[in-house]
Design a protein around this ligand. Structure first.
Ligand code: FRU
Length: 501
């Protein structure tokens, strides 16, 4: 067996870029300025040009944070996947980097699908899925295997041993066409990886493998299965320790919508439990939706040097039109979020770094709201807005965003039913399906605190300091900057607003 050191050090910087990688780099260079600055979100990641989906390789390498993403630069729709790349020191300001991977090898020629990254020694190791789709008419001809590329934070070289987890290493009773999205981490003497897979009965399952040298992988077992109860194929798994628990994230396709959950059909769930690293068995007692908004998929996490677990997701749902395509881009990421576990719940809050980019604070204490109210200086589409509503006798409280004469987007809370509804049906977005969704909000004292991170094309709602979140895109006209509040009975609320710069 090769030693890890020789795998890592054996990598030579490749001077020769493949035709596919050169083409992608050239195309981006030629089109980098095609999207006008005023049409870009202000603090959410998009591609330089074209289509992006899942976050990939979200990791800390040599003191900087790296985010890769599923990328097709040539069009505003999904195509053979490359890995786009950006870096940041603060999670808010991102620096574009050259495309890291292109589909240019016999084992990944139809796409470098989702995966993850880890620092090993002074190298940056990417693990991804090589996707082959030889017969477009026959999806069962698809083959997916796991591959590795090693680099220096800018250039990456694919291992000659690829694929490192081959079709033959998929256990029996598994579907060979759905085996993807490796998330790698190190624990004690081993690298571990969780991979999404489909059982022959069509339902999702997560497989665990381990390796000492990144090349030879041993199958450990099935971690858990959806048994066709929690959606079907499970995509983009992530497993990590948090506050004494093993938290598992995954994105199930074909979730059955419930009254207050899983409206997007392409869902996201977290589980709180424990892994047995000998058998792979994962036992959990908590399972819930990660985000109840209209656009949230394929989240992935990293750990910071000061031990914070940070999650980022694709702020989009599959099978919807994306109105920003007229500006030359489709797809963006959420704000990175700090995760904790409290009272058996996954808590999400925006990274604290965002506070360094807030300015022009406007505050209203015990502001009376009775009917529809507009407040001086509370408006905008690049802001951090916090509203605290006490427990009092009202039936509906509404925050209307992205308002102009014709359009508005409405977040409303009904304390009696304890439901929070997000409605972009009249936002002017032009999104063709599912524009309204509702979540149940259980709060101990019946007060509710809403924090809204608003950018040009999105609203991320954090409820009661992160106990629930709702993330949605809103492609409202750019002059729709107004905000108003409404209560059906007189109440007094606290409001704070900052611009984000
Ligand atoms: C999830 C997903 C992954 C796959 C990638 C392809 O959104 O379907 O399972 O690796 O997108 O772009």
């Amino acid at each position: 067996m090769k030693q890890l050191d020789s795998v890592i050090e054996g990598i030579q910087d490749s001077k020769v870029k493949s035709k596919q990688l050169k083409e992608a780099l050239q195309f981006i260079e030629n089109n980098r300025d095609a999207i006008k600055k005023e049409n870009k979100p202000r603090y959410h990641v998009i591609g330089d040009i074209g289509w992006i989906n899942d976050p990939n390789g979200f990791s800390c390498y040599k003191g900087e944070y790296h985010l890769f993403y599923q990328y097709y630069p040539y069009d505003i729709k999904w195509g053979p996947m490359h890995w786009g790349h950006v870096t940041t020191k603060n999670f808010i300001k991102w620096t574009p980097q050259p495309v890291a991977l292109a589909p240019d090898e016999s084992y990944d020629e139809n796409g470098c699908f989702s995966g993850s990254a880890i620092q090993v020694g002074d190298k940056h190791v990417l693990m991804y899925t090589g996707h082959l789709d030889p017969d477009k008419e026959n999806p069962s001809s698809i083959r997916q295997t796991q591959c590795i590329a090693i680099g220096d934070g800018e250039k990456y070289v694919k291992l000659k041993e690829n694929p490192v987890i081959k079709t033959e290493q998929i256990i029996s009773k598994s579907n060979l066409s759905d085996f993807r999205d490796p998330k790698i981490w190190k624990k004690d003497d081993y690298f571990y990886v969780v991979i999404g897979n489909r059982h022959e009965d069509g339902s999702g399952q997560i497989l665990l493998y381990k390796s000492e040298n990144l090349i030879d992988w041993i199958y450990v077992g099935v971690m858990c299965r959806s048994e066709n109860k929690l959606g079907r194929m499970w995509e983009c798994p992530d497993l990590f320790e948090l506050d004494g628990h093993d938290v598992l994230l995954t994105s199930p396709q074909e979730m059955k919508p419930e009254v207050y959950r899983f409206h997007n059909v392409f869902g996201t769930i977290y589980m709180i439990g424990k892994v047995n690293y000998e058998t792979a068995e994962y036992t959990y007692n908590i399972c819930d939706e990660i985000d109840g908004g209209l656009d949230f998929y394929a989240p992935q996490t990293l750990i910071t040097p000061d031990n914070r677990r940070i999650m980022i997701a694709w702020m989009q749902s599959w099978e919807r039109n994306i109105p920003s395509d007229k500006f030359g881009f489709a797809g963006m990421m959420t704000i990175p979020r700090e995760l904790t576990v409290k009272n058996n719940k996954l808590i999400q809050n925006p990274v604290r770094e965002i506070e360094n980019y807030r300015s022009n604070k406007i505050g209203y204490k015990s502001m009376e709201i009775d009917g529809e109210v507009r407040l001086d200086n509370i408006e905008g589409s690049c802001i951090d807005l916090i509203i605290e509503i006490p427990k009092v006798n009202y039936t509906t409280f509404e925050i209307k965003l992205f308002k102009n004469e014709d359009f508005e987007t409405v977040l409303s809370y009904s304390p009696k039913e304890k439901v929070l509804t997000f409605d972009r049906s009249n936002s002017g977005s032009g999104i063709n399906t599912l524009n309204k969704t509702t979540i149940k909000v259980e709060s101990e004292n019946d007060e509710i605190k809403l924090r809204l991170l608003i950018d040009l094309y999105s609203v991320e709602v954090f409820v009661n300091d992160g106990e629930y979140t709702m993330s949605s895109t809103v492609y409202a006209p750019q002059n729709a900057q107004g905000i108003s509040f409404y209560s059906d009975k007189q109440i007094c609320v606290n409001i704070e607003k900052w611009d984000i710069e």
